[in-house]
Design a protein around this ligand. Structure first.
Ligand SMILES: *[C@@H]1O[C@H](CO)[C@@H](O)[C@H](O)[C@H]1NC(C)=O
Ligand SMILES: *[C@@H]1O[C@H](CO)[C@@H](O)[C@H](O)[C@H]1NC(C)=O
Ligand SMILES: *[C@@H]1O[C@H](CO)[C@@H](O)[C@H](O)[C@H]1NC(C)=O
Length: 384
């Protein structure tokens, strides 16, 4: 079947112009996919003929009259915008690649039938957006170019994520990253496929977080996590966790299942990506591991060998927070009973007598717990 129309009765008239020869003249067209195009066409015939019907057909080859395809279409994809006198133009809306080919025009008059020997060629092209380079370091130059197969596509416009872009050459900022399309001005409905622009930058806003954030008690878990804003994102090996300036881990997240007092220190992390080899550092985060008294010991001051009868026993311990309660015990003999003999960090014995002899022990306590010192033997020489 062919796309054909019959002339309405009121359009049947006698051509008033001078006698013509049979003929059809076309203009070949190049159209961008998705746009609307008119294949311009003029036809003529001798005087005293009336045009009864017109038809367009399409072929795959230039003079491929046998393989004409019907143009019949239920939608208004094809519209005859000519008339029954001399204009035989055909409009094609929303042009697709399958519309490419050779278009022929035929008409029937009262006395004859005429088919065009030549054809109008329709080529369908697509716009192609080119973003160069497609991955750029912040500050680098980017060039946008729009390639169209049609010789005069018209004025081209650019969009990034749907927003109009003014310049086609620019220094990339991170907010320039996105999907770019170009389109012919006024035909925004038929843009090119989108092309992605990646804008890369080195790590920024590097920060180290600690969980729990404070009051870490010995034996409990601690997790350090480094984060940063970077394009491309910092990969696993791009992180470094440092304690007092020494590398501890190259993972983004580092966990200690049972934290010890020795883990106390000042921590920071570094983040690197392909853009910045040196990377950036986070602010320092202090870790103070809290623990109950340990290594409780008794020291003697002054040294009793130095003479004098006054002796101070000092109880010291390692603890965080520091021990706040001290209790002193004495056992007169190895198997004797234990007596509480004082409190406070220092046990002062004003005048050492035989009755003071024995094994001394102190107990240091903080809100986290308590611990005993080892025993200290205080011997009193006879005759003192
Ligand atoms: C007491 O201190 C010792 C080391 O001096 C330590 O090994 C032990 O865990 C402590 N005990 C408690 C209950 O904290
Ligand atoms: C307790 O003493 C031991 C042995 O000297 C030492 O390794 C440890 O670090 C000390 N504990 C604290 C909390 O200082
Ligand atoms: C510390 O010594 C006191 C006195 O001998 C004793 O009652 C207490 O149980 C001891 N505490 C620890 C943790 O060893």
């Amino acid at each position: 079947r062919v796309y054909s129309l019959s002339a309405p009765v009121d359009l049947l008239f006698l051509s008033s112009t001078a006698p013509h020869n049979w003929g059809v003249t076309f203009k070949s067209q190049c159209a961008l996919k998705g746009t609307s195009v008119v294949i311009e066409c003029q036809y003529s015939y001798p005087l005293l003929h009336y045009v009864l019907s017109v038809s367009w057909s399409k072929g795959k080859g230039e003079s491929d009259r046998r393989q004409l395809l019907p143009l019949f279409d239920r939608s208004d994809h094809f519209t005859y915008v000519g008339n029954y006198k001399s204009d035989c133009s055909l409009q094609i809306k929303n042009v697709q690649v399958r519309d490419e080919g050779y278009y022929f025009f035929s008409f029937v008059t009262t006395l004859n039938t005429w088919s065009s020997e030549t054809s109008a060629r329709l080529s369908v092209k697509e716009l192609a957006a080119v973003v160069q380079p497609s991955t750029v370091t912040e500050g680098g130059e980017v060039n946008l170019s729009c390639v169209s197969g049609c010789p005069t596509p018209g004025l081209l416009v650019w969009f990034r994520d749907g927003r109009l872009v003014k310049n086609t050459v620019f220094q990339a900022r991170r907010e320039d990253a996105g999907r770019y399309r170009c389109a012919v001005l006024g035909q925004n409905a038929a843009p090119s496929a989108s092309v992605v622009l990646n804008v890369q930058y080195g790590p920024e806003k590097v920060s180290l977080s600690m969980s729990p954030p404070r009051d870490v008690v010995k034996g409990g878990p601690v997790t350090f996590t480094c984060s940063s804003d970077a394009r491309p994102p910092v990969e696993g090996g791009g992180y470094g966790l440092y304690k007092d300036g020494h590398l501890v881990s190259s993972e983004q997240s580092h966990s200690i299942s049972e934290v010890q007092p020795a883990h106390s220190g000042r921590y920071h992390c570094q983040a690197r990506n392909g853009v910045s080899r040196r990377g950036s550092s986070s602010p320092e985060v202090p870790l103070h591991v809290q623990y109950p008294p340990e290594n409780v010991s008794i020291s003697v001051d002054p040294d009793p060998d130095a003479g004098g009868s006054r002796v101070n026993l000092i109880c010291s311990s390692a603890a965080n927070p520091a021990a706040d309660t001290y209790t002193w015990y004495r056992r007169a003999t190895p198997n004797g009973t234990t007596l509480q003999v004082g409190s406070g960090q220092v046990l002062s014995i004003a005048s050492v007598e035989a009755a003071h002899a024995g094994l001394y022990l102190c107990r240091a306590r903080s809100r986290l717990g308590e611990n005993n010192s080892t025993e200290l033997l205080l011997a009193v020489e006879h005759g003192v």
